[in-house]
Design a protein around this ligand. Structure first.
Ligand SMILES: *Cc1c(COP(=O)(O)O)cnc(C)c1O
Length: 406
């Protein structure tokens, strides 16, 4: 992989017409370690966020020993780079053949579920393989309510009274049992975890069975850009969210249990930026070479304002507008699909034009893992970059973000 000091250096040296992912392994390692240092339990990286071998390898080297997986493809991806890592199979609804593969071939011994029929599926395979249920830990997934850019509680999770029954039933079979929840991705309210913990406490007291662990899932927010015309929403950083979570876990009496977290976004977001090219400017619209069917679907569905840095093409000799005026540009994606328009604008200098590049920052989560080949576009070019996106020259999408100044 070619290495550059900054993404701008890469753009000017390569003059790429295809999107280029800028990987920052040092940032990934630092963010993973920051999470592991702050969380008082096991950190299980959620592979679906970004399952590239370069990411899993860097995380394994950084000391991540546990991975949250959901499919045979993810079992294999983890096994390939970290043969000794433990895998937690935390998808509550699994194919019978995948359960067998997990137990038999991959030696997975931790799973989650939110329904009695899933218990029956797992038990069938456990009996067929003549495994001791006591060697397996079943996490009952609890429904949660809260505010996140992505609400996953509508899809998965047992209501509290149902979770009580599931815990008791699994315990009676002889499985070890735990409780888990996942509050959704990019939480917007720091109270979210406390509400989930209160609910977990209610379930634990009613179930009255010994608990082997508590898994608080993911959801920890990454930092993105914001609309400079509006007041920035007051969202605490990871340090503060984590210290509240630690205090809440103590207050609700969970801190003596083995704890697990499954962070994805907060670990990997800063580790990548993406260089895209402006294929055409039409008024206040920019047509770029990436879009919602490639690296940018997460920002589209999550209505996330992405931080963007302007990389002007030095070969362009004339420009219109004031380079110090930052304006909103509507961003149209590469495909011929009419929905391929981002839900939030990029904030860039007025002078941006056809042929320029834009570095989109903090794009490591749910970007390349969600790429499609739709319309024949599939970004797959990588370089390594040393300088973190939020260091060095100001990013325009961060124009009014105070933390950029210091
Ligand atoms: C997606 C997912 C995660 C990771 O969520 P982030 O918001 O990226 O931290 C963790 N646990 C489960 C069960 C998930 O589905």
């Amino acid at each position: 992989m070619q290495r550059f000091e900054t993404a701008k250096d890469a753009a000017l040296a390569l003059r790429p017409d295809v999107p280029v992912y800028c990987f920052r392994p040092d940032v990934l390692v630092a963010d993973a370690r920051q999470f592991m240092d702050a969380f008082p339990g096991e950190t299980a990286y959620a592979v679906k966020t970004n399952g590239e071998p370069m990411v899993l390898e860097a995380l394994a080297k950084a000391g991540v020993k546990t991975f949250d997986v959901a499919s045979p493809g993810e079992f294999e991806a983890v096994r390939a780079v970290a043969p000794d890592a433990e895998m937690l199979y935390m998808h509550p609804i699994k194919a019978q053949s995948d359960i067998r593969l997990a137990l038999e071939r991959y030696g997975i011994r931790v799973m989650s579920l939110d329904h009695e029929d899933e218990i029956a599926k797992i038990l069938r395979i456990v009996r067929a393989l003549d495994l001791d249920p006591g060697s397996i830990t079943i996490f009952v997934r609890l429904q949660t309510k809260g505010h996140a850019a992505y609400e996953l509680s509508k899809k998965f999770g047992a209501a509290p009274a149902h979770a009580v029954e599931l815990l008791q039933r699994c315990h009676k079979i002889g499985f070890k049992v735990g409780l888990c929840f996942h509050v959704g991705s990019q939480i917007e309210d720091p109270e979210t975890y406390e509400r989930a913990l209160a609910s977990a406490d209610w379930v634990r007291n009613r179930a009255d069975v010994p608990l082997a662990g508590l898994d608080v899932g993911g959801g920890f927010p990454a930092e993105y850009g914001h609309d400079p015309r509006r007041k920035k929403r007051d969202m605490p950083g990871l340090d503060e969210i984590m210290s509240r979570l630690r205090a809440d876990m103590t207050e609700w009496d969970f801190s003596d249990l083995p704890l697990v977290a499954e962070p994805g976004r907060v670990v990997v977001a800063r580790a990548f930026s993406l260089i895209v090219r402006v294929l055409l400017r039409k008024g206040r619209r920019l047509y770029i070479n990436d879009g919602i069917w490639a690296s940018l679907s997460d920002s589209w569905t999550g209505k996330i304002t992405l931080p963007a840095r302007f990389i002007p093409d030095p070969a362009r000799t004339s420009r219109n507008g004031n380079p110090d005026t930052i304006s909103a540009f509507r961003v149209c994606g590469a495909t011929c699909d009419s929905v391929d328009i981002l839900s939030r604008p990029f904030w860039l200098p007025e002078t941006v034009d056809t042929g320029d590049w834009i570095e989109i920052g903090h794009i490591g989560a749910y970007s390349l893992s969600l790429r499609t080949r739709f319309n024949g576009f599939y970004p797959d070019t990588f370089v390594e970059v040393e300088t973190p996106f939020d260091a060095g020259e100001r990013a325009e999408g961060f124009a009014s973000l105070e933390t950029m100044a210091d």
